[in-house]
Ligand binder design. Structure first.
Ligand SMILES: [Cu+2]
Length: 155
């Protein structure tokens, strides 16, 4: 009888530990095992004032970079999957940012690159994720700064 009670207690403790693990919504982001190509992660502005940035992902379940900052305005975001094995996607996490961004890349096979374009007006943090691998920590954050993009045209 005592043994049974002890077993029940052990199971209860294990369940509690398991629940704690599952409730952790921000798993540690894994380390990238790639060196991103030149220009990846840099925000540039095209002649029309559209901000452009490229993210990479691969066989390591990581977006590089996983954080970047843009100004309010239009953003043209490209995600390149340099993986040889893994299919990823890119979606802004629902109900998290100051405003909803519904543009997404539902499926990005190994070797593929896709571009989405959207406009943001509200400053703040916009979490994004690969919905296939969010449990493995494949997440990131786009920050929209408080100031509008300043014109960079020189002439
Ligand atoms: Cu993924």
């Amino acid at each position: 009888m005592t043994t049974n009670r002890a077993r029940v207690l052990v199971v209860a403790v294990l369940l509690a530990l398991g629940l704690v693990g599952c409730s952790n919504r921000t798993p540690a982001t894994p380390e990238a095992t790639r060196t991103p190509d030149a220009g990846v992660g840099e925000v540039t502005t095209d002649p029309e004032g559209v901000q452009e940035i490229t993210l990479e992902t691969g066989d390591d379940y990581v977006f590089t970079p996983s954080t970047f900052t843009v100004a309010p305005g239009t953003v043209r975001l490209t995600v390149t999957n340099v993986a040889t094995q893994l299919t990823h996607n890119f979606m802004f996490t629902a109900d998290t940012g100051p405003e909803a961004i519904t543009e997404e890349i539902p499926l990005l096979a190994p070797g593929q690159s896709q571009t989405i374009e959207f406009t943001v007006t509200q400053p703040g943090d916009y979490p994004f994720e690969c919905t296939f691998h969010v449990a493995l920590g494949q997440v990131g954050t786009m920050t929209v700064s408080g100031a509008a993009a300043s014109p960079t045209a020189s002439g």
